[in-house]
Design a protein around this ligand. Structure first.
Ligand code: GLN
Length: 291
């Protein structure tokens, strides 16, 4: 029998070279927790407990996949986001903590706490795994949530995630750059999006396990038009938002001011730019008033 402590040490040491010790330990914790079905807290609290042989048997295969640089969430097939578990695979971007901050921003809006007679209507554009739409639905029970994605494979995953998390979301397959007006509901209170925003410049600096494994359609934008999705979504929002409706974006930190200016030109008001936990310009909120 091997103890948790021994298995943990042996596993992360084999990844230290690739990831650095801190990240290797974090990955190891995720892996051990999944193969043993023990919580992170239990794994940390009982290092002398034995790991069952059937759990140990699963480790070499997982280790080999991790050594190729494949993100641990794809290896394990799931990721945590906003306290929920989401299935992930290479058709969807792995949910990021920055995006949790965006969800948090929406949910902290005082306005949403006022229950009105009309249910709140929310649209997530480029939903991927469904993480934004589903966490919003879980936390805004009275809302009607719809979500668009261009990828049918992503939508299949998002639909499974909605079932697993018991959240009712209306999924729509469409390309926001050429969407038919009737596909999504009208009179939306909130439009939210984390569209592709990585430029070729950023790509060069990107970690291999993002670039080699995550879906490029969810990540990259053409260098000559880095705001292409933001402009299309803002135009769409002008037609779809109710009076006083809100638009929330996750953004590329290098284009904060440009995105604010673009929204200004399109007559959005009360535009707020916010930083993420790393101090980078990462999200924008704006309001649309019908004149
Ligand atoms: N934040 C992601 C990354 O840096 C990019 C997400 C996106 O393009 N919307 O990998």
């Amino acid at each position: 029998m091997k103890t948790i402590k021994d298995v943990f040490l042996n596993f992360h040491q084999q990844l230290d070279g690739l990831y650095g010790q801190q990240e290797a330990e974090a990955i190891t914790l995720l892996v051990l927790s999944q193969v043993t079905d023990l919580s992170h807290a239990k794994i940390k609290a009982f290092p002398e407990d034995d790991v069952p042989p059937e759990a140990i048997e699963k480790l070499p295969l997982i280790l080999n996949e991790l050594k190729t640089g494949k993100p641990v969430q794809y290896v394990l097939g799931s990721a945590e986001f906003y306290g929920l578990t989401f299935l992930v695979n290479p058709a969807v971007l792995i949910p990021r903590p920055e995006t949790e901050e965006l969800v948090e921003w929406v949910l902290s809006s005082q306005r949403l706490k006022v229950e009105s007679e009309k249910p709140l209507s929310v649209l997530d554009i480029g939903t991927g795994s469904g993480c934004i739409a589903i966490s919003l639905k879980k936390n805004l029970k009275h809302a009607r949530v719809s979500a668009i994605d261009i990828s049918s494979e992503a939508l299949n995953t998002a639909k499974k995630n909605a079932v697993i998390n018991e959240a009712e979301v209306n999924f729509i397959e469409a390309d926001i750059l050429q969407i038919q007006p009737g596909l999504a509901p009208d009179d939306l209170d909130i439009i939210i999006s984390n569209p592709p925003y990585v430029t070729m410049d950023d790509k060069a600096k990107m970690h291999i396990n993002v670039n080699d494994f995550e879906p490029h359609t969810a990540l990259f934008v053409p260098e000559h038009d880095p705001l292409i999705f933001y402009k299309a979504i803002a135009d769409y929002a002008v037609n779809k938002l109710v009076d006083g409706g809100l638009l929330y974006f996750e953004i590329n930190e290098s284009y904060g001011q440009q995105t604010v200016d673009m929204l200004n030109d399109k007559k959005f008001i009360n535009i707020e730019l916010r930083r993420d936990m790393s101090g980078r310009d990462r999200m924008i909120k704006a309001e649309y008033i019908r004149g």
